[in-house]
Write a protein that binds this ligand. Structure first.
Ligand code: PGA
Length: 253
C-alpha cells in the first residue's frame, strides 16, 4: 500500500487576535509558496476565519474551524453552525479535541452528532481521539480508542468517511513537551487502521489519513513521518509561529 498524501494541520486553539492570525497566515502563505507535496490546513479561532480565508484563498493553504454545533440554526446563543463555518471558507472542522472533551463536556455522543453534521455540510471532520496518562498506565489505551471510534462513528457508512481525517492525540502528550515515540505512535496508528478496516472495509482503511498530535515539532516530525501508518500531524503550540510550522511541513524523513 503506498502511503497517502501527508496532511499537516495547525490548531491555533484560543491564540491570536484577528490581526495576529492574518499576519501569521500571510507569513505562512509566503513561506509555503510552491509547496504541494503536503496538504496544509490551519484552524484559527472562529472570529478570524473569514479574514484568514481572504489571505489563503489563492494559495494551497486551507482553513478549518476548531468546533461546530450540529443544528442548522436556531436559538443557541454562542454556538456556530456548519453553514456559518462553510461560509467562512472552511473545508475542515476539528471535532472531539481532548480539550473540548476535558473542559467543555464533549462526549462520544456529541462528537458523533458533530461528525454527522460536518459530513452533511461537506466539511471534512478531523476527528480527534486519544487516551489520558492514567488510561495508558492502566494499559487501557486500545479499549479507550476502540470505544471512541465505535461511538464516534456509529451509524456511518464507508462513503461517509471518504474525506474524514483521524487524529490520534495521546492526552498526556498535548502541550506537555512529551511526545509518544514514533514506535508507540505507529503501534496505535496500526491498531486504528485495522479497526477502521474491520468496521468500514479495506478501501477506507487504506485511504484514511491518520495524523499524530502531541508536542510535534520540527525536530521530531521526520521520525514520526517515517512510520508506515502515520500520515501527518495535528500541531498545536509549534503551529503558532509560521517559520516553525513551515519547518514541520518541510519535514525530511
Ligand atoms: P501541541 O497540541 O502540539 O501543543 O501538543 C496538539 C493539539 O492539541 O492538537
Amino acid at each position: 500500500m503506498s502511503k497517502r498524501k501527508p496532511f499537516i494541520a495547525g490548531n491555533w486553539k484560543m491564540y491570536k487576535t484577528c490581526p495576529e492570525a492574518v499576519e501569521t497566515a500571510k507569513k505562512l502563505v509566503r513561506i509555503l509558496h510552491g509547496i504541494d507535496h503536503v496538504d496544509v490546513m490551519i484552524a484559527p479561532s472562529f472570529t478570524a476565519l473569514a479574514s484568514v480565508y481572504e489571505v489563503i484563498k489563492d494559495s494551497s493553504v486551507m482553513i478549518g474551524a476548531q468546533n461546530l454545533f450540529w443544528e442548522k440554526e436556531g436559538a443557541y446563543t454562542g454556538e456556530i453552525s456548519p453553514g456559518m463555518i462553510v461560509s467562512s471558507g472552511c473545508r475542515y472542522v476539528i471535532i472531539g479535541h481532548s480539550e473540548r472533551r476535558q473542559y467543555f463536556g464533549e462526549t462520544d455522543l456529541s462528537v458523533n452528532k458533530k461528525i454527522r453534521a460536518a459530513i452533511k455540510n461537506s466539511l471534512a471532520p478531523v476527528f480527534c481521539i486519544g487516551e489520558t496518562e492514567k488510561e495508558r498506565d492502566a494499559e487501557d489505551t486500545f479499549n479507550i480508542l476502540d470505544k471512541q471510534i465505535k461511538m464516534g462513528l456509529e451509524g456511518f457508512s464507508p462513503d461517509d468517511l471518504q474525506h474524514m481525517i483521524l487524529a490520534y492525540e495521546p492526552v498526556w502528550a498535548i502541550g506537555t513537551g512529551k511526545t509518544a515515540t514514533s514506535v508507540q505512535a505507529q503501534e496505535v496508528h496500526r491498531f486504528l487502521r485495522n479497526l477502521i478496516e474491520n468496521l468500514f472495509g479495506k478501501r477506507i482503511a487504506g485511504s484514511i489519513r491518520i495524523l499524530y498530535g502531541g508536542s510535534v515539532k520540527p525536530e521530531n516530525i521526520g521520525e514520526l513521518m517515517s512510520m508506515p501508518d502515520i500520515d501527518g500531524a495535528l500541531v498545536g503550540g509549534a503551529s503558532l509561529d509560521a517559520e516553525k510550522f513551515a519547518g514541520i511541513i518541510n519535514f525530511k524523513i
